[in-house]
Design a protein around this ligand. Structure first.
Ligand code: SAM
Ligand code: FES
Length: 360
């Protein structure tokens, strides 16, 4: 196994059979070795810095019915909410005063937030916080919408591919298509947004071969960010009785992703912190370099319950900020409150529609 891990670290790739062999047969000692190699690679590119993003969960309305998701349309036990533009701007104010320079606006696919409303909101956030980056995570849209968000100043877009198995994807996402998900990711990237893909770990019927396909897909897409976290059941969903994914498999996959995509921005996710009290710290030690504390108003936190046991649902933003910094320090890392762009992406893609010379 060590030879395979060394080969992965040296060449930043393995073929399908080698990845499967690694995931199928890795033992405790080799797991430690894998994490050490990943830690070393992350340190080579990002030192001991961990980037902080302020997460604003601004709507829990959703037109989709993803089988695993606690805010799916058919869940009648959810009290639905939408933050007003003023509330979202207040979250950003609070965020900047706590030192955040990236705001992640996440929500269900909520038709109330039309492109026009979003563009107005994005303009306002950029006017109030010109030095801050905006990440959007609001699901599948046509090319034109992503382009409008980019033109309004959005820097990054998170859209997990969820699983690269077409069959599994379509069994979990009624009335959605795998092809459209992939089309969205390609459009987002082509437009010039920093793109984040990713998947859940431990979905029902997910195999190690599926993980290998996820890893190969990520290698091929070469995104700026990758979000992975364990699947956790939610009591009002069709998957309420399914087994959770494990923190251990998530750590292994985080390390492999770090070695496949050495410079990628890789969060230690809230789901990982929810399944294990030290999940985020362990995730950082396995190669992750981003955390996303919650900036949403406290009175809506417990309405964005994607899964049971979600942490930080009662805590004030300032409390989360302090708590996570202590955790990051205790794991041997230091908080970086900069924008935290991908190391190869210090500027937005600038397109010159006409070379100046052709106007002369
Ligand atoms: N609507 C947007 C989208 O589709 O990308 C963003 C919101 S969605 C709730 C954010 C992520 O939560 C999903 O990409 C999914 O991976 C994760 N998620 C949802 N339900 C989950 C569960 N039960 N366990 C773990 N993660 C979950
Ligand atoms: Fe839409 Fe989960 S089903 S956000």
């Amino acid at each position: 196994m060590r030879k395979l891990i060394d080969e992965l670290a040296a060449s930043q790739q393995l073929d399908k059979n080698q990845l499967l062999d690694l995931i199928d047969h890795i033992n405790e000692e080799d797991i430690d070795y894998l994490h050490q190699r990943a830690d070393k690679v992350r340190k080579a590119h990002y030192g001991n810095k961990v980037y902080m993003r302020g997460l604003i969960e601004f709507t829990n309305y959703c037109t989709n019915n993803c089988l695993y998701c606690g805010i799916r349309k058919s869940n009648k036990n959810v009290e639905r909410y939408r933050l007003t533009e003023e509330q979202i701007l207040e979250c950003c104010e609070m965020g900047e005063s706590l030192g955040y320079r990236t705001f992640v606006l996440q929500g269900g696919e909520d038709p109330y937030f039309t492109d026009d409303k979003l563009v107005t909101l994005i303009n306002q956030i950029k006017t109030n916080h010109p030095n801050c980056a905006i990440t959007l995570s609001i699901g599948e849209k046509p090319y034109e919408s992503y382009k409008k968000y980019y033109d309004a100043g959005v820097d990054r877009y998170l859209l997990r591919h969820e699983t690269n198995s077409r069959k599994l994807y379509e069994s979990l996402h009624p009335n959605m298509s795998y092809d459209n998900r992939i089309r969205c990711l390609k459009d987002i990237k082509e437009i010039g947004l920093q793109v984040g893909a990713g998947f859940m770990v431990g979905l029902p019927n997910q195999t190690n071969e599926d993980f290998v396909n996820d890893l190969l897909f990520l290698k091929d897409l070469n995104p700026h960010m990758v979000g992975i976290g364990p699947f956790m059941p939610q009591k009002d969903t069709p998957l309420k009785n399914a087994q959770s994914g494990t923190a251990e498999m998530t750590y292994i996959l985080l390390s492999i992703i770090r070695l496949l995509l050495p410079k990628v921005l890789l969060p230690a996710t809230t789901a990982l912190g929810s399944i294990n009290p030290k999940g985020r710290e362990n995730g950082l030690k396995a190669g992750a370099n981003v955390v996303m504390p919650n900036l949403s108003p406290t009175n809506v936190r417990d309405k964005y319950l994607l899964y049971d046991g979600k942490i930080c649902t009662g805590d004030e933003a300032a409390h989360c900020r302090g708590c996570i910094e202590r955790r990051i320090n205790s794991a041997g890392f230091a908080v970086d409150m900069g924008r935290g762009d991908h190391v190869d992406m210090n500027n937005r893609k600038t397109t010159t529609p006409f070379p100046l010379s052709s106007c002369l």
